[in-house]
Design a protein around this ligand. Structure first.
Ligand code: AKG
Ligand code: FE2
Length: 323
């Protein structure tokens, strides 16, 4: 299918009359086609060997913030929670949305250029093969509760295959203090082959060894120990992952959701400000129009029952084989 691109001010856009056809593709394919088009407009830099993120789906990015600065943000979280508990403490016992606080939002915005420093951006662009944009930024404090929520059981996000999360730990991770576990792309595929890929919320498990038992594969769970300020980058739709609640105290993290783009991440902020990054409802990045810079369907209900219907999605491939 022919896609005509045009320059619109300082941005590249798909000609409006092409877009309806591009949106007709099934959701996952729609985003894969978009990713390919972004790559075609990107002037590739010198590519080194594939990164760990590209090869395994997960990579530790140490020191995205200085350790002291990560701790500083966690202290700020404590003080905004003390001052504004009524607004920030939601109806979930284990979860406080820190981006409801202007002070915390501003602290994040101020640090984005540090987190997305030039070498980190180059590394991520090499992974995407194109520019990327920040879809949303969330930050939350997780508290110990007896029954964990859905992200704390093994899952893959129902999201475009290109979606990358950068999770910045503001408190250190570790058993007891909260952490995140992953399976590599290869082992995620093994689980997919026995039917565990995008499990329904009610079917999510915390026992990956039992899930993998029929494959005779022993899970090699990747559970990086990180310090405040360190980041975890992962392909959230492609690798199985889960959070672990702290057993005491709290865990503070910030999650930056990245998707391919025609323009560098900071250009969206220059053109559209920062409000669009902070949302307080679940959002399906899959059910959006990626050709529209700020995406009109932003309030669309997240439908966790979307079932991927093509093998390449279940296999965790970035693109359909015929693309
Ligand atoms: O809270 C965690 O450690 C897991 C987060 C997660 O599931 C995600 O970012 O998609
Ligand atoms: Fe997730």
């Amino acid at each position: 299918m022919e896609v005509r691109l045009a320059r619109h001010g300082n941005r590249i856009i798909a000609e409006p009359d092409c877009v309806p056809g591009l949106l007709d593709f099934p959701l996952w394919r729609r985003h894969a086609v978009y990713h390919r088009i972004c790559q075609q407009t990107y002037e590739a830099k010198d590519a080194g060997p594939p990164s760990e993120l590209t090869e395994t789906g997960i990579e530790v990015l140490p020191g995205l913030l200085a350790a002291g600065d990560g701790e500083h943000l966690s202290d700020l979280a404590t003080s905004v929670l003390e001052e504004d508990a009524e607004n920030i403490v939601g109806n979930r016992a284990d979860y406080n949305d820190l981006t409801l606080s202007d002070a915390f939002r501003n602290a994040i915005i101020e640090r984005l250029p540090k987190i997305l420093s030039e070498p980190t951006v180059a590394h991520l662009e090499q992974h995407f093969g194109c520019h990327f944009r920040i879809d949303t930024v969330s930050a939350f404090r997780t508290l110990p509760v007896p029954v964990p929520e859905v992200s704390f059981l093994w899952h893959r996000d129902v999201a475009p295959m290109s979606q990358v999360h950068i999770m910045v730990y503001l408190t250190g991770s570790g058993p007891g203090s909260g952490q995140t576990s992953f399976l590599s792309l290869a082992q995620t595929r093994d689980a997919a082959h026995v039917g565990y890929h995008y499990p329904d919320i009610r079917e999510r498990s915390d026992d990956i060894a039992a899930t993998l038992e029929p494959t005779s594969v022993t899970p090699e769970v990747i559970c990086p120990l990180v310090r405040p300020g360190d980041g975890l980058a992962f392909s959230s739709a492609r690798v199985l992952h889960r959070g672990h609640l702290p057993s005491e105290g709290f865990r503070d993290v910030m999650i930056i959701v990245l998707l391919p783009s025609f323009a560098p991440w900071h250009q969206d902020i220059e053109d559209f400000g920062t409000d669009h990054m902070f949302l307080h409802a679940s959002k399906s990045t899959l059910k959006t129009n990626p050709y529209h810079p700020l995406m009109p369907n932003i309030e669309e209900e997240m439908d966790l029952n979307l079932i991927p219907d093509e093998p390449w999605i279940i296999e965790g491939e970035l693109y359909p084989p015929d693309l």
